[in-house]
Write a protein that binds this ligand. Sequence first.
Ligand code: GRG
Length: 296
Amino acid sequence: MFELKGYLQTRRHAVNREIERFLNTLPYQSRVVEAMRYSVLAGGKRLRPILCIAASEAVGDGNATVVSASCALEFIHTYSLIHDDLPAMDDDQLRRGKPTCHVKFDESTAILAGDGLLTLAFEVLADLGLRQSRSDRIWMKVIQILAYRAGVGGMVEGQMRDIGTQGTPLGLSQLKALHRLKTGALIDASVATGALLGGANAEQEQALRSYAGHMGLAFQVVDDLLNVKGDTRLTGKAVGSDCAKGKNTFPALMGTSASEKYVIGLRDQALQALECFDKKAAPLRAIAHYIIERNR
Ligand code: GRG
């Protein structure tokens, strides 16, 4: 029987060690690096790096290079959270149970810390690619997918739609499209990165990205539910803030109980997408359950 708790712990530990190593090798240990370090090391589930590693393990062996590459996903994720919390965006005071980056430091430092993390992600990937004696195209593909999904082909466009539609009720298909971009795109890029670096063939890559598509949306619905009835001590974020800001959310649109049912359907579709894999996909299967049952 696969044991997820131990799996998450060992992978999180490996990712954290590698993140520390990258941060320690930055050329200046200055104020902006202090802010980057503060936000990245403030906690966090490391879900995107772990999805990347688990996807690579489903098709290959999940080697040390994948762990290093997976840190790029956490750098981009943390950048997005820092910028999302800024007064010009969500104006949040609390993140990962601590004061947000601009509250702890100041707005300019927080903007630069986000920029520093975003660019560090691509530096890390390019460096890793340059160290390999072959498969340059795989690294270019990883960089291309990540740039596209973090940018206007994903997260940036999703965030723009989120901000632009506050106070304007969206229909279900518009809400899904928004969150496939805002939250789902980086989850897709995480799984795609693992698949490519693990040596997936086209069919495996497609199946894994189908899993990611369903889980990305499920992740957001759960996040919305936690904002309605979660525990701030566990989520590290203020409960009820989405509603106060007039945000379009799944519970607001379809109600909490329909949202809970919807999330279970998404999980089942994600699991179906993994049917062509053997027991090496056990971590991805267990993560699908974990994502919808999480309380933080
Ligand atoms: C600023 C370009 C730009 C984009 C920001 C993803 C995003 C777009 C904003 C985050 C807002 C938010 C709370 C989205 C819900 C889903 C989400 C990304 C939750 C936070 O991710 P977790 O739960 O956080 O994985 P930890 O702290 O565990 O890493």
